[in-house]
Design a protein around this ligand. Structure first.
Ligand code: CO6
Length: 435
């Protein structure tokens, strides 16, 4: 029987394992190339994986919710339709082709069973390296759970557990006068939430994995950086008139719909180039000024979760390029088709709650960035205009822009000036701009 092994794909440079969250096929199913096989979740992104071949599924080696190392054989497809008993480990047949062989690392090492068991109780994933360190250093599950992770979604990285060990050793050595190691990252203590009483008529809903990651990330962000929010109002009448006049022609010419988001993004990218401190990150007591201007866009997914794909080098793209990239990323996000690389490397984020009618908000910073812009709904309003022949009241299109920023490094004067500059760019949009 000619067979093909479906292996756990490598979904990103640093990703070593993924959880199969859903199988779309079962043993015995006939499949065609590009049919969706399964959904895989990592701590960075969820993806649906299509079949690279036609055939019949003869074996599924892992049930849903299994955490599997990259390169492991997840399923076997018979290419000639013959169904045979297949040994799960028999992966070296000459006829077998694997989608990822060269970059597939060895199976994740066996680790402390108690740490592995924690996956069922905890919303966090621990890399094999972190688990090995935890095992060697006798870090209990409870301790591991208490460590604040600095990775994406609050994931505990090697440096986090090392910092924890250092501070644990320090406090053990000096129980009274606790000193902080200079190199240790601050370990932020998680506050215990108050107990919740559950009544007979209440419904308890389990958070899904992504929701838990978002929740952790939000708590971490609020703990790591003191947020403040400034708000400005912008008169965006010219850009609204321009878009209304040009949106059909734009769509015909470029095959993409233009909304206000690409225009907001263009204004943000230009302002970031003028205010580089807003395009930075804080690392200990250092400020890392980012060279690239990579603007993340918060996208609401149909399942109610939020994901932030990134428009890379936004300041180098024109309005057509920004529109195409935004639409591509937003569609991929809504359909779970984002690559991990597409949600990494953001240096600033925009969240547009204007699409659901909100006017002002205080968004939470997407760590390790230092600021996030929220764009409110554009609405017609009566406004006083100064003209050479005196003041008049006119109907104008207006919106609020809210900027949350990290007060550790950005004071009100800087944050406010940056925010005003974004508003200026939007207000000065050229109503005669060619498309
Ligand atoms: N004003 C007026 N009209 C708007 C606005 C604003 N701000 N934003 C969108 N729209 C219009 C837009 O132009 C479309 O109209 P037509 O072109 O005339 O059809 C329509 O609303 C739908 O736009 P759509 O949302 O489909 O596309 P857009 O490019 O504007 O946005 C997106 C893309 C991916 C940002 C958006 O689809 C999305 O997912 N938004 C939700 C983001 C979100 O949930 N953020 C979290 C908010 S919670 O931050 C938060 C502070 C706390 C509370």
């Amino acid at each position: 029987m000619a067979s093909f092994n479906i292996v756990m794909p490598k979904l990103g440079e640093s990703i070593q394992e993924g959880t199969i969250t859903k199988w779309f096929v079962k043993e015995g199913d006939t499949i065609e190339e590009d049919d969706m096989l399964f959904e895989v979740a990592t701590d960075k992104v969820d993806s649906e994986i299509p079949s690279p071949v036609d055939g019949v599924i003869t074996k599924i080696n892992y049930p849903e919710d299994s955490l599997v190392a990259v390169g492991e054989v997840l399923a076997v497809v018979s290419l000639d339709g013959e169904v045979e008993e297949t040994e799960p480990e028999a992966t070296d047949s000459k006829d077998e082709k694997e989608a990822t062989t060269s970059d597939a690392p060895a199976k994740a090492e066996t680790t402390d069973a108690s740490v592995d068991d924690s996956r069922k109780l905890s919303n966090r994933f621990y890399s094999p390296l972190v688990k090995t360190i935890a095992k060697e250093e006798n870090v209990s599950l409870d301790e591991l759970e208490s460590i604040e992770g600095s990775g994406v979604g609050g994931r505990v990285q090697k440096k986090d557990i090392m910092a924890y060990l250092e501070s644990r050793d320090n406090s053990a050595a000096q129980p009274v006068a606790k000193t902080e190691s200079k190199s240790a990252a601050p370990v932020v203590e998680k506050k215990a939430a108050p107990p919740v009483s559950i009544g007979a008529n209440d419904t308890v809903v389990e958070m899904d994995r992504v929701r838990k990651l978002i929740a952790d990330h939000m708590v971490m962000s609020k703990q790591v950086s003191p947020h403040v929010t400034s708000v400005v109002e912008a008169d965006v009448t010219d850009l609204v008139i321009w878009r209304n006049k040009n949106k059909d022609v734009f769509q015909k010419k470029y095959g993409d719909k233009i909304t206000f988001m690409p225009i907001f993004t263009e204004a943000v990218a230009a302002a970031l180039a003028e205010f580089p401190m807003l395009n930075s990150s804080v690392s200990g007591d250092k400020i890392v000024m980012k060279k690239d201007i990579n603007v993340g866009i918060a996208v609401a997914k149909p399942d109610g979760n939020l994901i932030v794909p990134v428009i890379k080098n936004a300041e180098q793209r024109n309005l057509v390029g920004l529109t195409k990239e935004l639409n591509r990323l937003a569609n991929a996000a809504r359909n779970n088709k984002l690559d991990p690389a597409e949600i990494q490397g953001g240096t600033f984020t925009i969240t547009n709650f204007g699409s659901f009618g909100n006017i002002i908000g205080t968004p939470i910073i997407n760590q390790p960035q230092v600021a996030i812009l929220a764009t409110g709904i554009i609405e017609k309003k009566p406004a006083v205009l100064e003209t050479p022949s005196g003041d008049v009241i006119a109907i104008r299109h207006k919106m609020y822009l809210s900027l949350s920023y990290d007060h550790r490094i950005i004071d009100g004067a800087l944050g406010g000036a940056f925010l005003r500059r974004i508003a200026d760019h939007l207000e000065q949009f050229d109503i005669n701009r060619a498309i």
